[in-house]
Design a protein around this ligand. Structure first.
Ligand code: KG4
Ligand code: ZN
Length: 335
């Protein structure tokens, strides 16, 4: 039974997971979100985030234990995200989990946040089939060919903004509250995605890489041309979202073909986007492929995915060293 902590950005999260035969059972997964606090600044303020993590972590661990009906003695290992993320935020969760492990002389696992996202679609199965993984979050956009747990090959990534970051930046331009992703999706439902034609980047030498900064600039220029941008809010949101989804879906299907995968998994905060889910599912069906979605509670940052990654790590090796530190730029896979 593993207790896992996630604190890489602005959510403090604690989960407890248990192995039930071949399957993983998530006993509890709690998230204490700071979105309301950071909204007034229009984005995450690292100093504010780490102070809040430090305040919230102890009561949240206690609440998770109470929720699962277990005590610290029942926990057999502790885990925390060690990167990538904000250094000061990562330090809080990692130091806390290491402290619990050191005090109880139990194993400790330092987890890659992106591996958590990558594994999250398979929490219920508890095993990881070969597939192509599309990870779309606030900080990353990646296509990874997965052979099994721990066998990851990077197929494509963004060369500038992440897809979630593009949603957040365009959201700010449109004067929408942070984070922009869910707001843009909401307004896009009322708009026509063909009202404005925004560019789709084609990177000649890297067909599976993404670029969203040109799109962001195109939205900015379009805004400057409009007398009353707010009157076109829904159409702007729908057209921008359509350009992002178009790039994500087309490259994902192509990459799955190239890597001989018929299963595609999608994870990360942007995977909440229903229009994206539907477009990817339809394109996959047409290509004879299947899509494995992420359960809604596990799409944006959470500790359930970190707990699953720790459970699988524990099958692989007895413990990580208590000497390992955070790594804000921790990589997941190489080409
Ligand atoms: O995975 P996540 O919680 O955090 C990171 O690891 O970055 O992803 C957060 C990102 C934000 O950029 C947010 O705007 C985006 O996910 N997001 C969405 C939606 N819900 C969250 N983007 C588009 N549509 C959504 N419905
Ligand atoms: Zn994340």
């Amino acid at each position: 039974m593993i207790l896992a902590i996630e604190s890489s950005c602005d959510e403090t999260a604690v989960a407890i997971i248990r192995r039930e035969g071949q399957r993983a059972e998530l006993l509890t997964s709690l998230i204490s979100s700071q979105i309301e606090i950071h909204r007034q600044y229009g984005g995450v303020v690292p100093e504010v985030a780490c102070r809040n993590h430090a305040q919230r972590i102890r009561p949240l661990v206690q609440q998770a234990l109470d929720d699962a009906g277990v005590s610290l003695d029942d926990i057999t290992a502790f885990a925390a995200t060690r990167g990538p993320g904000l250094a000061s935020s990562l330090l809080v969760g990692l130091a806390y989990a290491k402290g619990l492990a050191a005090a109880s002389a139990k194993p400790f696992f330092g987890i890659n946040h992106m591996e958590g996202h990558l594994l999250s679609p398979f929490l219920e199965e508890g095993t990881i089939p070969p597939h192509l993984s599309l990870i779309v979050s606030g900080g990353h956009t990646m296509l990874i060919s997965v052979q099994a747990h721990g066998q990851y090959q990077l197929i494509g990534r963004t060369i500038d903004d992440a897809s979630g970051e593009a949603f957040d930046k365009v959201g700010r331009m449109l004067k929408l509250p942070y984070p922009g992703g869910p707001e843009i999706e909401k307004h896009a439902r009322e708009g026509n995605p063909k009202s404005f034609i925004f560019p789709r980047a084609h990177l000649k030498d890297a067909p599976f890489d993404f670029s969203f900064s040109g799109l962001k600039t195109a939205v900015l220029y379009q805004l400057q041309k409009l007398d009353d941008p707010q009157a076109h809010l829904a159409d702007l949101c729908a057209s921008f979202q359509d350009a992002v989804i178009d790039a994500l879906v087309k490259k994902t299907i192509k990459a799955a073909r190239q890597t001989d995968h018929t299963l595609i998994a999608i994870s990360g905060g942007v995977a909440c986007n229903r229009t994206l889910q539907e477009a990817l599912t339809l394109a996959a069906q047409n290509a004879g492929m299947k899509v494995q979605p992420t359960p809604p509670a596990l799409t944006t940052d959470n500790a359930g995915m970190i707990a699953l990654a720790a459970l699988l790590a524990a099958l692989d090796h007895p413990s990580d060293s208590l000497e390992i530190g955070i790594d804000p730029n921790l990589a997941l896979a190489t080409p």
